[in-house]
Design a binder for this molecule. Structure first.
Ligand code: ZN
Length: 350
């Protein structure tokens, strides 16, 4: 089976919503959702980024957001969240991530380096990277950035769409380009420089165009969007325009294909009946713009509506099969499935 390294999932949010049932969720006894340990193994999921994401308490969560994504749409963003409010939730999710390693009896391991990931894969152990999607839990002194780094965070998005003290994300809009507001704040520039110093990967997936330009200007690392698609195929505010793809290519960066149907379908519909054609069209466009070495997968499992052909993580082999049927040879399939991510992380982390 083709092993897959994945750019993004929201399993920690699912565990955080039902902490009393986390053992049943993780063991697969409960079912539902897109990820658990047995289905990861069945699908060839060899590792990936696990996101800490803090939902806004008043304005609902990802489910409410998904329900309002009927094109054309322009969903207003929740207001900025204080670090004091976000920190306990972010801490709880980091706790679930560490618990997953403890509860898995060696089947899941927290990885901090590319060597860690290679070693885990060689032993048949699932490799987990801790990511922070939106820096709400970090204050302007950046102390919490250092604390989360010590807890294992090796990748960070300054914003999940909702504004932070560091910058502004794209609101969920269709159709829309990503040029939706101001860029990084002075604290945002400090955050980028400190992430560079700590070798924490910066994820631009939810950032708007001005913020993207600011990171391009100030960061010394290749640009990465862990879970975004081609705007030329699906004109969502969350997708990357051709000039953004060119900038990512120039820096030797990386894009992970998001499986969310609303970011795949040319009509922006949040509908799983989609077939493989839009998936392949995005991959063809991304490969055309970035080259074969800078495209991978960034599923958004447990955070979005999946195409019916994938369903959940156990459906990854069906996706791999569709890539082969599309004419992608084994070397390209291996690059898209995991090798490009591992090479990109080597460029990020050394
Ligand atoms: Zn996301």
């Amino acid at each position: 089976m083709e092993l897959v390294f994945d750019g993004h999932n929201d399993l920690l949010l699912r565990l955080c919503r039902a902490p009393e049932r986390r053992a049943a969720i993780w063991s697969g006894a409960e079912g539902g959702g897109h990820l658990d340990l047995p289905r990861m193994r069945a699908g060839g999921f060899a590792g990936g980024f696990f996101a800490i994401y803090v939902p806004s308490p008043a304005s609902g969560d990802l489910d409410a957001l998904q329900a309002s994504m009927r094109p054309p749409y322009a969903v207003p963003l929740p207001p900025l969240m204080e670090a004091g409010e976000a920190l306990p939730v972010a801490m709880a999710q980091a706790g679930h991530f560490h618990w997953m390693a403890r509860a898995s009896e060696g089947a899941f391991r927290i990885c901090l380096t590319v060597d860690d990931i290679h070693a885990a894969m060689a032993e048949g152990v699932i490799a987990g990277i801790l990511h922070m999607e939106g820096a709400e839990a970090i204050g302007p002194d950046l102390d919490a950035l250092h604390l989360f780094h010590a807890m294992g965070v090796r990748s960070l998005g300054p914003v999940w769409s909702r504004p932070t003290i560091f910058g502004h994300g794209v609101p969920f809009r269709f159709p829309s380009g990503p040029d939706t507001g101001p860029g990084l704040t002075p604290a945002g520039f400090d955050l980028v420089r400190e992430c560079n110093r700590l070798r924490i990967m910066l994820d631009l997936s939810h950032l708007n165009e001005a913020g993207f330009r600011d990171v391009l200007r100030v960061s010394d690392a290749p640009l990465v969007a862990t879970h975004s698609n081609a705007h030329a195929v699906c004109p969502s505010s969350r997708n990357l325009t051709d000039w953004q793809l060119a900038a990512i290519r120039e820096t030797g960066g990386m894009v992970g294909l998001n499986f969310a149907t609303g970011f795949l379908r040319p009509d922006g519909g949040d509908d799983p009946d989609i077939g493989w054609e839009p998936v392949l069209r995005h991959l063809d466009h991304l490969i055309g713009a970035l080259g074969e070495d800078h495209v991978g997968l960034g599923s958004d499992f447990d955070g979005a509506t999946m195409p019916a052909g994938i369903g959940d993580v156990a459906g990854l082999p069906a996706l791999i099969e569709a890539l082969r049927a599309h004419g992608f040879g084994q070397p390209l399939v291996a690059k898209l499935a995991r090798e490009n991510w591992l090479a990109a992380l080597r460029r990020q982390w050394g």
